[in-house]
Write a new protein. Sequence first.
Lengths: 632, 619
Amino acid sequence: MKDEQNVKSASEQNQTPSRAPARGPRGGGHGPGNMPMGRPAEKAKDFKGTVRRLIRFLAPQKIELSLMILFTVIMTAIAVYAPNLTRNIMNTVQEMIIGTAPSDAEKTILTLFFITLMLYVGRFILETVSFWIGNIVAANIGRNYRKMLRDKLENLPIKHYDEHQTGNILSVFSNDVDVVTNSIQQSLIQLIQSFLMVVGVLGMMFYISWKLTIIALLILPAYAITVSMISKRSQKQFVKQQKELGSLNGHVEEMFTAHKVVVLFGKENQSFNEFQGINQEYAGAMKGAQFLSGMIFPIMNFISNIGYVLVVIVGGILAGAANPLMIGDITTFVNYQRSFVNPILNLANIVNMLQSTVAGAERIFELLDADEEVLEQHLDTFADHDFTGHVEFKDVDFAYVKEKELIKNLNLSVEPGKQIAIVGPTGAGKTTLVNLLMRFYEIDKGEITIDGIKTTDVPREELRKQFGMVLQDTWLFAGTIRENVAYGKEDATLEEVMQACKQAHVHHYIETLPNGYDTMLTEDASNISQGQKQLLTIARAILFDPKILILDEATSSVDTRTESYIQNAMDYMIKGKTSFVIAHRLSTIKRAQTILVMEHGQIIEQGTHDELLSHDGPYRELYQSQFLKPMI
Amino acid sequence: MKKILSYLKPYSGLVLLIFLLVSVVAAGQLFLPDYMAKIIGEGIKAEFRLTTDPASGAYTLVPQSVCEAAGSMCTVVQTSDMAIILKYGGIMLAVTLVSSISAIILAYVSSHIGSHVGKDIRRDLYKKVSSFSASETETFGISTLITRTTNDVMQVQNFLLMALRMLLRIPILLVGATILSIKNIREMTSSNELLYVLLTGVVLLVIMVAITFILVLPLFKSMQKRIDNLTLVTRESINGVRVVRAFGQGKREVKRFRKANDELTDTVIKSGKVMATLNPAVNLVFNLVVVALLYFFFRLVTGSSFSNYQSLGNISAVIQYSTQIMFSLLMLTFSFIIFPRAQVSAKRISEVLAKDIVVKDNGNPEYDDMDIKGDIVFDDVCFRYGDAELNVLDNISFEAKPGTTVAIIGSTGSGKSTIINLLPRLHDITCGKITIDGIDIRDLTLKKLRSLIGFVPQTATLLAGTVRQNIAYGKADATIEEIAEAAKIAQAEEFIEAMDLKYDAVIDQGGVNFSGGQKQRISIARALVRKPKIYIFDDSFSALDFKTDANLRQALSKVVGDSTVLLVAQRIGTIMDADQIIVLHDGHIVGKGTHKELLESCKVYQEIAYSQLTEAELA
């Protein structure tokens, strides 16, 4: 849609700024990401700088975040210490069984029970509060980021929109913001928790039995080796998987979009076979990736269990040693041992996550830092002057890309109330003229004036209010027909809307719809035809009642008969108003008071239809070709 | 979801294997605490040694009561039985080995099933969409069909993998852990307090998880909707930025966005609150259960006379099983997040797969080799879209003879393009009959029917590939001479030869590196290379400037020969010389004849003609 607006021809393509390539398909999307294990992490370009900036951005929330961190530390301390209490309880009970317990054993045990209970309840409260805070903080950070990004979009020049694919911009809003907020909510806490757990649990294990701890630590290298070996291979598979996914998506998109052509030329089988080929490759790559990353857990589990069994065996033996290990010692140790591995794994995952987070944050900042439009000047205003509509271009230079000149030394004077037709081959610079009039792009040199007022002297919004624009590409939004037609004039009454639609010759059609003017248009307005869409955009422009009209090949989808009705309405509307028409239609061109023939950004001919015909120039050639004996 | 599960059928053998493997893996997990209890119970003993000879340190083993009476002459020593410990330890190692190998096989088989089920679903979706006629694609819209074939399948796939690997295990673990806990409790005592504590804990946990599920599922569904809405609003603002700014509606769009943003954040916070409470609550219940178990165990010990450590082993086993139960339930909650989305995706996939195709290929293959001349007759044809109330076309009757050109002209919405779309059966007619050489087109196989037609659509759609490949799309075995000839007639030769790679020049996806006019000419060449019996031009020349339009028609007139040409156009100049012109208005034919005839008799035609050209030019 937007793409067609300004990418007209290969030659004009070279003039317009080049687009950044679309980023690959993103898996995951919202919600918790897929198991990051075994997947290659995204790398940020400026890790330190982005992290510093992120932290600065979080500053307003520093109280909540500090509380969360504090609570997490306390919670983890409780989680580390509490099993020790149960250990004491069990040991004392063991002594009671064999009768070697001290006399106040019962009292000691009851006290221990009480303390344990308190610790657990305390932990519950801290955990809940911490999670609640984290949830709200993260959600609001997400909201704020999205709000900031959206507000930024308002200040970006059209150039930015033309240079960046919609999908990529959207991706920043969704994927990248999600990744950052998830991180804050989960990764931050988990980082602290895991780190403290590892240190704390290790300490407790040592405290209980240094001999068993050594046994438990023996298996650690096995973890490291296994994970790194498998990760290397699974990462390769993931990369391959993503590549195949890209091919698959590309093929499906192309074939479905070209569906009509595939069917008409009977190529269903061929395109299916091509598809199946890619489908198989993708399935194969995915299977490999999933298997390899799915193997990590069972193998780690196995190694854990070996450690567990070894500890139980050695613990059992140590129970019979000179300084015997108590049973409570063994079971608690085993508990600790089990809770030792997970945090280590988490730490590895979190490192991965953080990389992706910073990469995402970088993209957010990139968008927030993008060049904004030239600041508004408020040197003048149209309201102070009587409006006549005398538009002038004086020595205007412009190029999308510096090296590729487009418009050079353009001089044009449009008397008030005159209709100007602009014709010429594609790439001639016709839509560019519109871009410049509306200040969608700023001129490089010279000036454009309306009634002597420089267009750069008034705020853009005010300038654009003078113009009514009907583009070839019909943009309507997912709202009711009435809302769409009244887009420029929110307080328009239903009668006014209907009147505009009657003049645009689309009223009758709307009345045949089940909900009439309240009919909801779907996304991309796919529930009405292209021709009707065009008529609605014309109605919209009519209702807007602008002083200067710009018609950009608006009526090419509308047949000439209906166009003639619209012309009548337009004539009435145009009376006394300056208008610019970029047209392919002879009838339109013939009505114009002045025709501009453009080529390579230059006006090569200028005049009325009759005047131009009498010259032996490009216009005459263009017009005459309509009249070679038609064969069909 | 049911439809998706049916995709598992071809792999039912493997699915059974998975059940088996999951059971083995779960069993392995369940055995270990029990065996540890045995090690403690049977492997560690307290010996009561009554010293007989203080000098040599000799002693005899006596019962506990005797030892207590003997005071300091008796010591308690803890011993371990190596043999038993090693025996049970060995069994545990073996069990864990078998379980782990099973888990690895499980990972392999589940990856296999997951990736293949995904492949099968995608294949069926692709096939289905390929066989859609225009009505079906228009019902859905191309972009959602793309999303369903790619993203939605991925959602379902991910969920399937997770279910096979994690979810299946949970019921086994829950039941097994509960049973083994009860066994261990029974070994300790016949009284029921410990039992009550355990079962209360389990039931409480299950209820908590269930409540969370009920609360959270609708919230996640709503969240998904709001995410979609936010994306829609943002996307529209970006795509329509020129219009938004031209009409000065920037603030309004931002307002729209903020509303959607706030709505989404609200849902995120709401669902986050529920999940934020669940986790700590589950932890608390679990911790309380463990404390309660220990407490009642402690009471048991003070109240009875245990003489060995079996009970210690038992209680530690029960505690470990409680841990397993808690972890299983927590794993279940992970699926809450992925399940709603997978369900929505499954529904979207099923909708496409279940869609009835209107245009069916019931043609008679006997006609496949017949030499068709191309005499087209529309006999009282009417047509309406799917569930529309009004006919778009009514009483359409005309004949197009081979060697002639029939042009169709009319207002927007009059049905011009619809008529010619009916010929290759992109839609099927509602009433009446369309025949070619007297044969109803529904009696021809679709392959034969379409092979007769060279169709140039209104907007040129090219595929990624070379120019040559694109033109040859019309005729698979076209020689370079045929391709060049078609290009020449289509007025494309000049710009193709001007490129460095000429016919091997690459057309990017979407054809963005070529102008509209260039693409149209390649599209025309593609139809021309076929040398079809029937040419259909759907307003194909409007993207060309007048000069090229005229040159092309001139070149074309030399080669169409005995073929039939159907031409839809807007320019009077294009159709003026057709053998027959059909004037459409609101889906009806209001004029049929030559240009001169219609100028005299048909009001609609007059209006169109005079709106474009002067009287003199029309002569």
